[in-house]
Design a binder for this molecule. Structure first.
Ligand code: NAP
Length: 261
């Protein structure tokens, strides 16, 4: 049995975290870097990713790239950039995402499609493009990992008017299970993390209003929002040797909210 420090370590691994420059993606990037991985982070705001990468120690630890994942060209371009720089990718965290809320009667066609494209089509295509690099990195004992950031809204049957968001995340959970079966023989595991409320840009409206913040917390059995430690713990478990035998799981990271529903 290896030591506990090794069991939960990702030292020496190469990772890509989409949307790693802020929010939950940043929480996970910081954890992966602190545990010894070299992490690429990519999103539309290249300068934000580059600044974060510099703060986390520069090219030996973190590299910032620009990528608009709302288009096929942006997704394939990011995969090509990775292929130019690396032969192996041990960890892919499909984290970039967006939400849209509107009453059912007014829900716009465009908003439906935009959300589906970024939250579901883009990570599917990015994974497809990066399978060769992931397969190069995975071994029977320590497979490569795809971590899809889903949502509690992809599991519970309540939308809070985020109809396309909830549908995109439910689809993301389902494709997670499908790909876990299809990629297992290439030593790649595929899991989803389904967060409850975290204090990020996406949840700004609720997070910044004290009353709304409390209502959200009250709806969670553990009576609080998620923290950076919660995000770090989940991603390190799934990406280290400790999580090597887990595949096809949708891990609720929501203070018990999904089980309550
Ligand atoms: N916060 C929560 O309570 C919560 C709950 C459940 C699930 N989630 C999920 O967690 C993930 C991260 O969300 P967050 O809460 O951290 O929100 P956030 O702070 O708004 O972060 C979203 C990230 O996605 C990136 N992004 C947005 N559009 C993009 C595009 N077209 N191309 C590439 N990257 C793009 C953003 O970077 P740029 O703006 O630079 O592109 C940013 O880094 C999402 O998948 C979200 O659905 C969040």
């Amino acid at each position: 049995m290896i030591g506990l420090d090794q069991l939960f370590s990702v030292a020496g691994k190469v990772a890509l975290v989409t949307g790693g420059g802020r929010g939950i993606g940043l929480m996970m990037t910081e954890a992966l870097v602190a545990s010894g991985a070299r992490v690429y982070i990519a999103s539309r705001k290249r300068e934000v990713c580059e600044k974060v990468a510099a703060r986390l120690g520069g090219a030996d630890h973190c590299i910032g790239l620009g990528a608009d994942l709302s288009t096929e060209g942006g997704v394939v371009g990011l995969a090509d950039e990775l292929k130019k720089r690396e032969d192996r990718l041990h960890i892919l965290v499909n984290n970039s995402g967006m939400a849209w809320g509107a009453p059912l009667e007014e829900f716009p066609w465009d908003a439906w499609n935009k959300v589906l494209e970024l939250n579901l089509t883009a990570p599917f295509v990015l994974t497809r493009e990066l399978v060769p690099l992931l397969a190069n990195a995975g071994t029977a004992d320590d497979p490569a990992r795809v971590i899809n950031i889903g949502s509690m809204l992809g599991t519970v049957t309540k939308s809070w008017t985020a109809y396309s968001y909830a549908a995109s995340k439910a689809g993301f959970h389902h494709i997670t299970r499908i790909l876990s079966n299809e990629l297992a023989s290439r030593h790649i595991t595929v899991n989803a993390i389904a967060p409850g409320p975290f204090d990020t840009e996406m949840m700004k409206q609720a997070a910044e209003d004290e009353a709304a913040r409390q209502i959200v917390a009250d709806g969670i059995p553990l009576k609080r929002w998620g923290s950076a430690e919660d995000a770090a713990g989940a991603v390190l478990f799934l990406c280290s040797r400790a999580g090597a035998y887990v595949s096809g799981a949708v891990v609720p990271l929501d203070g018990g909210a999904t089980a309550k529903s």
